[in-house]
Design a protein around this ligand. Structure first.
Ligand SMILES: *[C@@H]1O[C@H](CO)[C@@H](O)[C@H](O)[C@H]1NC(C)=O
Ligand SMILES: *[C@@H]1O[C@H](CO)[C@@H](O)[C@H](O)[C@H]1NC(C)=O
Ligand SMILES: *[C@@H]1O[C@H](CO)[C@@H](O)[C@H](O)[C@H]1NC(C)=O
Ligand SMILES: *[C@@H]1O[C@H](CO)[C@@H](O)[C@H](O)[C@H]1NC(C)=O
Length: 713
C-alpha cells in the first residue's frame, strides 16, 4: 500500500466521521466505553458481564460487529478501548492517529506471541542467505490455521525470491513458479489454493515444491513434513537443508525445553537475516520475523487512565465489576502486561522485528490489484476496510476501491476496464450484461429462499387461471423493465405458452404496467418495484402481478405498513403456479417461476487467468470475512451492518459467494441463469418490431463460464 493510499483512507475516515455523525467529544460524559465483539457461538460474554459492569462501575459496553468496527468506533470517539490482534492493528494503523496501545495480552511470558527462524543443516554448505539458492527448503506449508500466519509463513520466500509479474500467469502461480525455480527440491504441503482442482493442477506443474514431503504425491495437510513440527522433521530426518520454523518449536525439537532432543543440535545452526550462522544453543537466537501479542488499544485521551485501570483488575471476587471487565478483555487465560508507555500502533508493531515489513513487500508494476467500483461514499469506505483486512491476511491480488457517481458510471468504467468488478442486483443484471458486455463471476448466496430473489405470480381470488395462456391479453403488474421478474415472465411465455415466440409486451394487454425502456410508462410511479407491483394488483390496476416472494410473504403476514396494504386482505389473492406445485422435497412454501441471487458480481471480458485470479481472491475474502468462518470473533464482516448501515455493498443476509457451478447444485428448481443469458443476447425490445419471431439462441456464454471453473488457475 502506498503512502498516498494511506492518506486517502485517513481522509475518507475523517470525512465519514463528519458525515455519519461520529461523536468526537468523549468528555461529554465521564463514562468509559468498552467496545466488545461477541464470539460466534451461543455463548455471548457481553450478556453475562456487561450488565454487571454497568451496574457496579462507570464503564459501559458497546457491541462491535467485528474487531475493525471497534477500531472505527474508538477512532471516532463512540468507544474508548478494546482488545485487538496484531493483524487488526496493522489494518488500523493508517486510521490510528487517535489510538494508542496500552497493554499487551500475553498468553505466556515471552516478548512475542511467536518468532520465526531459519535453521540450516551444517553439512548443507549454507553460510549466507545467498547460499539458499538451490537449497532444499522445509516449510510448514499451508492450512495450519491459528499459531502460524500465511503472511509470516511466506516471509522467507518474499525476501529471497523475485516475482516475475508475468501477466500470462496468476500472481499466486507466479509465487509458486518463482519459488520452485529458486529453491531445490522442497516441501510445502497443504492447500496452495482453496479449490482442490486448481490445487492439484498447480502441484502437478511445480512438483519440486512437494518433492521433499513424506508423500510427495499427496503433498497435503497431515504429511509427516507438514506443520509446525513437520518442517523440522523434514530437516532432521527428511534430508532438507533449511527449515522455516517457530523458535519455540526449534527449542523443543532440539531438546532445549526439557524434552528429549529429536536430533543433535550440534549438527544445525540458525541462519541469520544478515547472513551469519549461530549455534542452536545461542542465548539470543537471530529471528527473521516475530509476531506481537494481541493488545488493548485506547483513545489517546483515555489511554493512560485505561493502562492503569487494567493493571488493577483481578478475578478475586466473581461478582465484582473488576472480574466482569477482565472477563470481557480476556479471550483465554492471559497475563496482562503494561507497556512502558502508551504508544502509537506503529511503534508497538515496530518492536517486533520484520513484522511490519512482512506486509509491505513490493507489488507488481503495473499493479495487479482488482479494481472494485463502488457507487457511494459509505460503500467506498467499507470497500477500503475490506481492502485493509484482506491485505493483512495476505490475499493476493488484493482489491483496490474506486468510486463511481452511480451504477451506470461503474458499469461503464468496468466495460472500459478502468474497473474490474462491479456488483449489481437482479434487476440491473440484463443491463450489465447486454448493454455493458459484463459477465457474472460470483453470486451472493443465501440458503433461505426469501433472501434470494424468487418470482411468484399473484392473481385476484376470483380470477380463474388454469393454464398460463389464460393470462393472455390480461393486465400485468411488473416491478421493472427487464428486471428479474420481467425476464422470468419472458421465460415462462417461452416455456409454457402456445404463443411462445411473442414478446412480453405483445403478450399482455397494452394497459399493463410493463414499463418502458426510456423510463416512461402508462402507470403511476407508485407501481414500480416489488411493493409497487403488489399495490398495482391490489388497486385493481392489473389482473396478475409478478413479484418477489418476500414481499408477498410480508403481505400475508400483515407486515406491510402501508394504507393500501392494510386495507386489503391476503385472502382475496392467491398464488398462481404456472410451473405446477412444488415437489414435496423442496422446503419452500410457495410455488414459483424462477429464482436468482440478489447480488451478481460482474467483470469485464478479461482473460481466463485474470477471471480466475479475481474469482480466487474474492472467494478468499468470503472464506475469511464471511459467515462460514470458524474462528471465534471476526476481524471484519463482509455480510452484516457496517457503521450501523444495512446492506452496504453486499446484502446482510448473504451467506457466501458462489459461482455458477455451485448455484446449479442447489436443490431449488429453475435458476434464472440461462434465462438471463438468453435474454441478454436478444435484440432490445425497443428495437424489435411487434410479434417478431425470435430465433432460439445458444448457451455459448453459460457454457464458457462453466469451462472457466474447471480449467485454469
Ligand atoms: C553451546 O554448545 C557448545 C558445544 O556444545 C558449547 O561449547 C557452548 O559453550 C554452548 N554455548 C552456550 C551459550 O551454551
Ligand atoms: C418512450 O417510449 C414510448 C414508446 O416507444 C414513447 O411513446 C414515448 O413517447 C417515449 N417517452 C419519452 C419520454 O421518450
Ligand atoms: C418483511 O418484513 C420483515 C420483518 O418486518 C422486514 O425485516 C423485511 O424488510 C420485510 N421485507 C420486505 C421486502 O418488505
Ligand atoms: C472478449 O475478448 C476477446 C479477446 O480480446 C474477443 O476475441 C472476444 O470477442 C471478446 N468477447 C466479447 C463477448 O466481447
Amino acid at each position: 500500500m502506498t503512502k498516498f493510499q494511506c492518506f486517502y483512507i485517513a481522509f475518507l475516515l475523517s470525512v465519514a466521521g463528519v458525515v455519519f455523525g461520529g461523536s468526537t467529544n468523549p468528555g461529554k460524559s465521564d463514562k468509559l466505553i468498552l467496545c466488545v465483539v461477541d464470539g460466534r457461538g451461543s455463548y455471548k460474554k457481553s450478556v453475562k458481564f456487561c450488565p454487571i459492569l454497568e451496574q457496579k462501575s462507570n464503564i459501559e459496553c458497546v457491541i462491535g460487529v467485528d474487531r475493525l468496527d471497534c477500531v472505527r468506533r474508538i477512532h471516532k470517539g463512540s468507544a474508548h478501548f478494546g482488545v485487538f490482534s496484531a493483524e487488526d492493528l496493522v489494518a488500523a494503523r493508517w486510521a490510528s492517529t487517535e489510538i494508542l496501545v496500552t497493554n499487551e495480552m500475553r498468553f505466556h511470558d515471552t516478548n512475542f506471541e511467536y518468532e520465526i527462524v531459519a535453521v540450516v543443516d551444517n553439512e548443507a554448505d549454507i553460510h549466507s542467505a545467498h547460499d539458499l539458492k538451490g537449497s532444499r527448503l522445509c516449510h510448514p506449508g499451508n492450512g495450519l490455521e491459528g499459531h502460524w500466519s500465511d503472511v509470516l509463513g511466506s516471509y522467507l520466500e518474499n525476501v529471497m525470491v523475485q516475482k516475475t509479474c508475468d501477466e500470462s500467469i496468476s500472481i499466486t502461480e507466479d509465487r509458486f513458479r518463482s519459488a520452485s525455480k529458486f529453491f531445490g527440491p522442497s516441501c510445502k504441503a497443504g492447500p496452495w489454493v482453496p479449490d482442490p482442482i486448481q490445487d492439484r493442477l498447480l502441484k502437478s506443474r511445480y512438483p519440486s515444491l512437494c518433492q521433499m514431503c513424506y508423500n510427495p504425491f499427496r503433498c497435503d495437510i497431515g504429511d509427516k513434513h507438514w506443520g509446525r513440527r513437520g518442517t523440522l522433521y523434514c530437516l532432521t530426518s527428511g534430508g532438507g537443508d533449511v527449515s522455516w520454523a517457530r523458535l519455540d518449536d526449534v527449542k523443543s525439537h532440539f531438546g532445549f525445553s526439557g524434552l528429549k532432543a529429536e536430533a543433535n543440535p550440534d549438527e544445525y545452526s540458525f541462519l541469520c537475516p544478515d547472513g551469519h550462522l549461530q549455534p542452536l544453543n545461542a542465548t539470543q537466537p537471530c529471528v527473521w520475523v516475530s509476531k506481537p501479542w494481541p493488545a488493548i488499544a485506547a483513545r489517546r485521551s483515555h489511554a493512560a487512565f485505561i493502562q492503569e485501570l487494567v493493571m488493577k483488575l483481578s478475578h478475586d471476587d466473581q461478582m465484582s465489576w473488576d472480574n466482569a471487565l477482565l472477563s470481557l478483555l480476556e479471550s483465554y487465560h492471559v497475563k496482562i502486561q503494561p507497556l512502558d508507555n502508551t504508544i502509537p500502533i506503529d511503534d508497538y508493531l515496530d518492536q517486533a522485528v520484520g513484522f511490519q515489513s512482512a506486509y509491505s513487500f513490493p507489488e507488481c508494476n503495473p499493479p495487479r490489484s482488482i479494481v472494485f467500483c463502488t457507487t457511494n461514499i459509505i460503500q467506498h469506505i467499507k470497500c477500503s476496510w475490506l481492502q485493509e483486512a484482506a491485505q493483512v491476511h495476505g490475499i493476493v491480488p488484493n482489491i483496490q476501491c474506486i468510486r463511481g457517481t452511480d451504477l451506470d458510471h461503474c458499469m461503464d468504467d468496468t466495460m472500459y476496464k478502468t474497473a474490474d468488478v462491479v456488483l449489481v442486483d437482479q434487476d440491473s443484471r440484463v443491463r450489465a450484461q447486454r448493454d455493458y458486455k459484463l459477465e457474472p463471476l460470483l453470486f451472493e448466496f443465501s440458503k433461505e429462499m426469501h433472501d434470494r430473489y424468487v418470482t411468484v405470480a399473484i392473481t385476484h381470488e376470483g380470477k380463474r387461471v388454469d393454464s398460463f395462456d389464460d393470462l393472455y391479453n390480461s393486465k400485468v403488474c411488473l416491478p421493472s423493465h427487464e428486471g428479474a421478474a420481467y425476464v422470468s415472465v419472458v421465460q415462462a411465455i417461452k416455456d409454457l405458452s402456445s404463443r411462445k415466440y411473442i414478446s412480453l409486451k405483445n403478450y399482455f394487454s397494452d394497459n399493463s404496467c410493463t414499463w418502458q425502456p426510456n423510463g416512461s410508462g402508462n402507470c403511476k410511479d407508485d407501481y414500480r418495484g416489488d411493493l409497487g407491483a403488489l399495490q398495482c394488483l391490489i388497486d385493481g390496476r392489473g389482473d396478475v402481478a409478478f413479484l418477489s416472494s418476500d414481499v408477498f410473504k410480508n403481505f400475508t403476514m400483515g407486515l406491510l405498513d402501508y394504507p393500501w396494504a392494510k386495507k386489503a386482505s391476503y385472502k382475496n389473492y392467491r398464488l398462481f403456479c404456472p410451473y405446477g406445485k412444488n415437489e414435496r422435497s423442496t422446503r419452500f412454501e410457495y410455488c414459483h417461476l424462477h429464482w436468482t441471487a440478489r447480488g451478481h458480481i460482474m467483470v469485464h471480458n478479461a482473460t481466463l487467468i485474470r477471471k480466475n485470479e479475481i474469482h480466487n481472491s474474492l472467494r478468499d475474502m468470503d472464506r475469511l470475512f464471511g459467515k462460514d468462518i470458524k474462528t471465534n470473533t471476526l476481524p471484519f464482516t463482509m455480510y452484516g451492518p457496517f457503521d450501523r448501515k444495512s446492506n452496504v455493498i453486499f446484502h446482510d443476509n448473504t451467506e457466501n459467494l458462489k459461482n455458477i457451478g455451485d448455484l446449479m447444485k442447489d436443490s431449488a428448481p429453475r435458476l434464472m441463469e440461462s434465462s438471463f443469458e438468453k435474454y441478454s443476447q436478444e435484440p432490445k425490445p425497443s428495437e424489435t418490431s411487434s410479434s417478431r419471431i425470435n430465433k432460439p439462441l445458444g448457451y455459448f456464454s453459460l457454457f464458457s463460464m462453466l469451462i472457466l471453473l474447471f480449467v485454469n488457475i
